[in-house]
Write a protein that binds this ligand. Structure first.
Ligand SMILES: [Zn+2]
Length: 472
């Protein structure tokens, strides 16, 4: 139904450009694009009929293609990959063949947004007009810990405002998730979190004062001195340190923002449907893996036959305009197919390589680059980059991850490191951790250890000593 119109022409640059653009989109964005094109292009038509994007079979009103979503052999190692047109995209609760897809309760971490955008979304409604530019300047000057890396006075000078104005905006931003973002240092971030938490739940005595007045003693684990200075006993200080380790995050921007560590569990409005779902056939571990690639659709797109017929009777300028519409519609249909094909090939390969990771977890992740996959599939690396960008994948354990995780070279190392620290019998410093990793055949620099540790939200040794091994 598509294709006849320009099947002879090779890939035009418009074709490539559009495929690239579509590849970059999430399923939701793709749906919006289709809707927008449908509303303005009379040559494009949506018919109320579901067809399988892979075999073109007519499909029942709901559920995936009964042929493509089933195994073709009895080989348990076989992976089933199919494209799943979703007419019920926004309300989807379960696939036709299984019950794999309860939407997870916990808000999916906003991995596909950068921190400034993520925070801006939250704070924007609270900002007065004259505060917007100040907020923008603050958010574009956050370092990788989420701390403000520029002097307030500089912001004042730049925007010709009083420091109190900048402070007001900072206060609004600091209350966003991750709590304490845009603070100037760890101490300020922790205090912001304490103040926020104390509104909804009891905070142990001395937490605030330990941080605000004796932060140095606290971070140097000088518990007894701290207790004496505050006129209390050691147990109270242990409570303080326990509370801090359980509830506060010294580096607001590290790794976990937007996810479950968020203290009050407010779901940020960034959750979206996974673009790909991986589960066991019939939801039974041991069965072949099924890869369901979601393509949003409320029906089948095609070129409007009436429009095509009418085009033949047109002449002159009109005909040119109409022809352009027809070309555009045809291109969109083609490119969506192309997008589906690329996603299918990519996922098939990715799952083959990362099967152990998918089934067994982080430590099993194979080192893999986008270039390697591009090479295997004989496509350009940028094609893979776009296909991976912004996409999310739901794993058999229902966890939704960014597709880019499949290429995260540090993930496996971080998992091993997490394990080492969980089982430490004294608070190991980064040099010791580095040596331990070396024993397991992983050679990384000490500063890389520090970086990974922070990405995992694990405190440095002297802080861990306070929480885990507080026996003075
Ligand atoms: Zn099919």
């Amino acid at each position: 139904m598509q294709g006849q119109h320009q099947s002879q022409s090779p890939m035009t640059s418009a074709h490539i450009a559009q495929t690239m653009t579509l590849l970059y989109m999430t399923s939701t964005e793709l749906l919006q694009t289709i809707d927008s094109e449908l509303s303005k292009n009379p040559a494009l038509e949506l018919i109320n009929e579901r067809r399988c994007p892979m075999c073109n079979r007519k499909l029942p009103a709901h559920g995936p293609c009964p042929i493509c979503s089933q195994p073709k052999t009895i080989d348990p190692e076989e992976t089933i990959v199919f494209i799943s047109p979703r007419d019920d995209f926004y309300t989807y609760k379960g696939s036709g063949t299984s019950h794999t897809s309860d939407i997870p309760e916990d808000p999916f971490s906003s991995v596909d947004l950068d921190l400034p955008t993520y925070v801006l979304r939250q704070v924007a409604p609270e900002l007065e007009t004259d505060e917007r530019e100040i907020a923008a300047m603050i958010l574009t000057n956050l370092n990788e810990d989420g701390f403000l890396s520029i002097d307030i006075l500089e912001i004042c000078r730049f925007h010709h405002v009083a420091p109190s104005k900048v402070e007001e905006v900072l206060q609004k931003i600091k209350r966003c998730d991750p709590l304490g973002v845009s603070a100037r240092n760890v101490q300020e971030a922790l205090l912001t979190q304490v103040d926020y938490l104390s509104k909804s739940s009891p905070v142990p005595e001395f937490v605030r004062r330990s941080i605000s007045e004796h932060f140095d003693l606290l971070s140097k684990r000088q518990f007894t001195v701290l207790a004496r200075k505050l006129g209390t006993n050691l147990q109270k200080i242990k409570d303080v340190s326990h509370f801090i380790s359980e509830n506060l995050n010294p580096y607001p921007a590290r790794a976990n923002w937007g996810s479950f560590r968020q203290p009050n569990g407010n779901a940020p409005d960034v959750f979206h449907q996974p673009d790909v779902m991986i589960y066991y056939l019939n939801n039974k571990p041991g069965n072949p893996l099924v890869i369901e690639i979601i393509t949003p659709s409320r029906g089948t797109l095609r070129l409007n036959p009436l429009f095509k017929r009418a085009l033949k009777e047109k002449t002159g300028e009109d005909q040119e305009e109409w022809k352009k519409d027809l070309d555009k519609a045809s291109l969109l249909i083609k490119c969506i197919q192309q997008r589906n094909n690329t996603m299918r090939q990519l996922m098939e390969r990715l799952v083959a390589i990362q099967k152990s990771f998918i089934i067994q977890g982080d430590t099993e992740l194979e080192p893999l680059t986008r270039a390697q996959i591009a090479d295997e599939l004989s496509v350009h690396e940028s094609t893979i980059s776009r296909a991976v960008a912004n996409k999310t994948v739901q794993l058999p354990n229902k966890k939704i991850i960014a597709m880019s995780t499949f290429f995260d070279r540090s993930l496996a190392v971080r998992a091993i490191m997490r394990n080492i620290i969980e089982n430490e019998n004294h608070a190991m410093n980064d040099t010791e951790i580095r040596k331990r990793l070396e024993c397991q055949g992983i050679e990384i620099a000490r500063r890389t250890v520090a970086k990974y540790r922070a990405m995992e939200g694990i405190l440095p040794a002297h802080m861990r000593r306070i929480e885990k091994f507080a026996t003075v």
